[in-house]
Write a protein that binds this ligand. Structure first.
Ligand code: F3S
Length: 683
């Protein structure tokens, strides 16, 4: 067996430079990188051991820490933020990316800048940041077709863009501008690696592709090679199996752009050991002239029969669930044996029962983790396949703001978790339009969600159901506002009480029933009149369409007791009532529901009263005389004093009337035995 390496493989110039700068900086003191330096966990772990911490925003940087900007680059605000915080920047932005940033900055002054690339990729976000507001990113030809007309356009590419796609977009852009300036900022590194992998795969019996499984770059290499020959994708040398090489005369070796040399060398070394072993075995076999049976060779070939799909590590294939055991799911992927998904590879979120995730007969996508385990089964991951497929879908959802549905798998501190191929978080404040106190009740329920934050690289996915519900409410509200009129009598449900009134849901919009419009009588708290969930009939008093506010009235639907009050409580009439309130200046007396009258302190008694409570108490029934009635002000004044005075006068009159009659006398005439002197006094 011989091993041939791809002419271009492993680290590109920009990545290599970034790692060297980061490693050097980590050796000089407190250092962090803004995001993982590259998409290779082994390298990230290696740098962490050297002292390179990974942080996700400038805010997280500690005082005195050096901050490494990775090869993707960042927008100018990041430099400013770091400067303000006194953070030292180690700028590992790839010089090719820097060139694209400079072009974006200078072109945006006199043309509209378009960047063709993945909108969620930090490199594209960074370039757009340098262009300012006179720029946008597009990913697809369809997006280019939808663009309006711009007098002048400068178009740039994400450095890893495919040339054919970039130039197809350029062709389309010509129709949308009077002047198109094309800046081809595509870096040749990715294309060179793919071209040399393709070239090598055509010549060899077996290809080994080394790189991080999460790297789309590595998966792309795997896909190119598997189209040409038998291919295995691995992350490290430990994953190599001797059996792969027994049949291969020439084996090719290539690696993704984020694979370090030392991992490639380890793989190469282990492959060489297998090669030596195979050669020794072949020599021994030929010495004893053992004839290899045709059937053995046929059996080996059977594994890679033309009818079987090209399986390689990292490939995503579709299959049908055929068996579910306690902790494994078996999937028919049209391979010589069924593939096996271990329980932990089923979903990104925790579930206690496999049957909640899949059932027999389901067609699912899976990623090949190992082509064969020791029992001969391909080892598969539904979780990782979902993750890869979800990335594309999530980027689309984040951009389009389309609604997506997902089942709640777990309630955690501060929110809910859902599985959208990637674990998504719905903060408690984003579940409903109102406050949610019990998150547990949502487990197993389907939420209607919108992506409000998605960062593929930080693996951050935040969703909201509230924004969808709020928008719908707003729509209903607008419609309802158009149909409602002041004076309408409508039905509603009391949703919430406040000290100043009750909020009544009128079928999509809440109106306020103010405490003063609940009853004609004095109401201390809305709960005296209505309770939450009560169905009520109310009148619309006012509508503010600008602010979307509606004022409601309840008392307006009842007869106003004041309308008959003039007749019932005319000045001079004697009335009965109950003292309901005492103030320093008098006592308020309820004459009937909705009509209160005042007995001023000066009208409580015939003598001077120092304190109202010395004469009357709350709850006491009294009789008084109406001495004033002002219907406009809804004021009735009563007097107890006048009644008392009248009573005293009447009593005095009565006493007088009861006195014995005095005979009429003529002056000078002697009356009986009245002495003369007494007669004089009567004169
Ligand atoms: Fe730079 Fe090209 Fe690598 S842009 S980071 S050299 S792929």
């Amino acid at each position: 067996m011989t091993i041939q390496r791809a002419a271009k493989a492993g680290f590109c110039f920009g990545v290599k430079r970034a790692i060297e700068l980061a490693e050097k900086a980590a050796g000089t003191g407190l250092t962090a990188s803004l995001g993982p330096l590259i998409h290779n966990q082994q390298v990230v772990d290696y740098l962490a051991e050297k002292g390179l911490e990974v942080i996700h925003s400038v805010d997280e940087a500690k005082i005195g820490q050096q901050l490494v900007i990775r090869s993707h680059g960042v927008p100018p605000e990041t430099y400013e933020e770091a400067k303000e915080r006194g953070i030292t920047i180690i700028d590992a932005t790839c010089p090719y990316v820097q060139k694209a940033q400079r072009m974006a900055a200078s072109s945006s002054a006199n043309s509209f800048v378009i960047v063709v690339g993945d909108k969620s990729h930090p490199e594209v976000k960074g370039i757009l940041g340098w262009a300012g507001s006179n720029a946008l990113a597009i990913e697809t030809l369809a997006e280019a077709e939808d663009l309006p007309y711009y007098p002048r356009i400068t178009v740039l590419a994400q450095t890893t863009q495919q040339k054919s796609h970039f130039f197809a977009v350029v062709e389309e852009l010509k129709k949308h501008t009077g002047e198109l300036i094309v800046q081809n900022t595509i870096c040749a590194a990715t294309e060179e690696r793919q071209a040399s992998a393709r070239e090598l795969a055509e010549k060899v019996d077996l290809m080994i592709v080394v790189g991080g499984l999460s790297s789309s770059n590595t998966r792309k290499l795997g896909s190119i090679c598997s189209g040409k020959t038998k291919t295995y994708c691995i992350e490290t040398a430990e994953e190599l199996l001797e059996i792969w090489f027994t049949d291969a005369k020439i084996t090719g070796l290539t690696a993704g752009a984020s694979t370090p040399d030392w991992i490639i060398e380890e793989v190469y070394k282990k492959m060489s050991e297998f090669m030596e072993k195979t050669q020794i075995q072949e020599a021994e076999e030929s010495a004893v002239k053992t004839v290899s049976t045709v059937s053995d060779e046929e059996n080996m070939m059977e594994n890679f029969d033309k009818g079987l799909p090209k399986l390689y590590r990292g490939a995503i294939v579709k299959g049908t669930v055929v068996k579910i055991t306690g902790d494994e799911v078996f999937v028919d992927i049209a391979w010589k044996s069924e593939g096996m998904i271990p329980f932990e590879e089923l979903s990104a979120t925790k579930v206690s029962n496999i049957n909640d995730l899949v059932k027999i007969g389901d067609t699912i996508s899976v990623m090949v983790m190992r082509v064969e385990n020791q029992e001969g089964y391909p080892v598969l991951s539904r979780k990782r396949a979902n993750e890869v497929e979800a990335k594309e879908q999530l980027a689309h959802l984040a951009e389009s703001k389309e609604e997506v549905q997902a089942v709640v798998t777990e309630a955690v501190k501060g929110g809910l978790l859902v599985d959208l191929g990637m674990r998504g978080f719905v903060p408690a404040s984003q579940v409903e339009t109102g406050f949610v106190d019990n998150l547990e009740k949502y487990i197993g329920k389907t939420l209607r969600l919108r992506v409000i934050e998605y960062d593929e690289y930080k693996k951050k996915l935040v969703l909201s159901q509230k924004v969808i519900l709020a928008e719908e409410q707003e729509g209903k509200k607008e419609k309802l506002l158009e149909t409602l009129k002041e004076g309408d009598i409508v039905k509603g449900t009391v949703r919430r009480l406040a000290d100043f009134g009750a909020f009544v849901d009128l079928g999509g919009i809440d109106g306020l029933l103010h405490i003063s419009d609940m009853a004609f009588s004095r109401v201390k708290h809305p709960s005296e009149i209505v309770n939450v969930d009560d169905e009520v009939e109310v009148q619309i008093l006012a509508i503010d369409t600008q602010k979307g506010r509606i004022s409601l009235g309840l008392k307006q639907l009842k007869t106003n007791p004041w309308s008959a009050a003039a007749e019932k409580y005319a000045v001079g009439s004697i009335v009965h009532g109950k003292v309901v309130r005492i103030a320093p200046f008098g006592a308020f007396v309820e004459l009937e529901d909705g009509i209160d009258a005042l007995v001023h302190i000066s009208q409580l008694a015939e003598h001077r009263v120092m304190k109202v409570q010395d004469i009357v108490q709350v709850g006491q029934e009294i009789t008084a005389k109406v001495i004033d009635f002002k219907p406009g002000d809804k004021k009735i004044s009563l007097s107890i004093r006048e009644l008392l005075t009248e009573a005293s006068e009447a009593s005095a009159r009565q006493d007088l009337e009861n006195q014995p009659e005095i005979p009429e006398v003529t002056i000078g005439e002697k009356i009986g035995n009245i002495p003369d002197t007494d007669v004089d006094t009567l004169k």
